[in-house]
Design a protein around this ligand. Structure first.
Ligand code: PMP
Length: 300
């Protein structure tokens, strides 16, 4: 394995004298996979939400893009739980499997991967003001172009381009459509739900959205609450007829959409509110949660 020697160059005055790490193969080619996981302080002590589901998805991402010798589920679980800060368990954890060496080439089988875990303090981030959403002109590649189930860093440049263009046009986020079918896939870093006549709909996985864990959670909670919910093809025109729209993701939880292409949505959001209350009860332990959803972060 040939590695290059590294030299980094300061671009900003404030960075002078600081050790600014250089990213190696994964930074240059997007050859890393990652997860975003929440730990909640909870009424009964700190618990990580759907830990094994996240770690299984991380291993699946690694397999899909061909990362050699990934760690075991047990090893990952141990590392992530150990990374929860004892004094501030309300946090967001991001395990990343990445190739740090300055190695040329895109054959992942020839690279050495390591695990890094970033930890951020996180309180509830659900912004009740709501998201101003647009439809991005930047479409998503169909599943024949890239394995949609792989949460790989390189794929996120497509989200970055769409989100940056949306922000320049004055919106908070953008819905992306499938290149071929023109159907709704998801927002840049979250899944999308529409409520029409009291019925919940989210794009089915065959149109390429990430199999979001919050998405799956919402579908389970909706069934518990007796809210009719379907995974199906979503035509872009349905966005313009929806009564409520909301986004889901581990970091944002459930985030209401206040407008779609500048069409205001009803701020009452009865279905969203119902689901959010039930979601927060499940993650914090004040309400029911199926077995396996809450892993104690600090086992004494
Ligand atoms: N889609 C994309 C593209 C995402 O980045 C995320 C955030 N991980 C989601 C959906 C939501 O997934 P989850 O609920 O598992 O966080």
């Amino acid at each position: 394995m040939i590695t290059a020697s590294l030299s980094t160059h300061t671009l900003h005055e404030g960075d002078r004298g600081r050790d600014v790490p250089f990213g190696g193969n994964s930074m240059q080619h997007g050859t890393a996979v990652f997860e975003g996981i929440r730990c909640y302080a909870g009424v009964d002590g700190p618990h990580v939400f759907r830990l094994d589901d996240h770690l299984r998805r991380l291993l699946r991402s690694a397999e899909l893009i061909g990362i050699p010798e990934p760690p075991s589920l047990d090893a990952l679980r141990g590392h992530v739980l150990a990374a929860v800060p004892p004094d501030s368990p309300d946090c967001y954890l991001r395990p990343v499997l990445y190739a740090p060496d300055p190695v040329l080439g895109v054959n992942l089988g020839a690279l050495r991967f390591r695990l890094g875990i970033e930890v951020w303090p996180a309180g509830p981030v659900t912004d009740q003001a709501g998201v101003a959403l647009t439809v991005s002109p930047w479409r998503r590649p169909p599943p024949e172009c890239f394995p949609a189930g792989a949460k790989a860093t390189g794929a996120y440049v497509m989200s970055a381009v769409a989100r940056t263009a949306a922000a320049r046009a004055g919106f908070d986020d953008a819905v992306q459509l499938d290149l071929r079918t023109g159907r709704v896939v998801e927002a840049t870093v979250s899944n999308i739900f529409l409520v029409t006549n009291g019925r919940l709909v989210t794009p089915w996985l065959r149109d390429g959205p990430l199999a979001g864990i919050t998405r799956a959670t919402v579908l389970t909670l909706a069934a518990d609450l007796g809210i009719e919910a379907r995974e199906q093809a979503v035509d872009v025109r349905e966005l313009h007829q929806a009564d409520e729209i909301f986004l889901t993701g581990t970091a944002m939880e459930l985030a209401p959409v206040r407008s779609i292409e500048n069409r205001p949505l009803d701020p009452a959001r009865p279905v969203f509110r119902h689901l959010l209350a039930r979601f927060r009860a499940a993650v914090t332990g004040t309400g029911p949660a199926p077995a396996g959803w809450r892993t104690p972060a600090h086992s004494e």
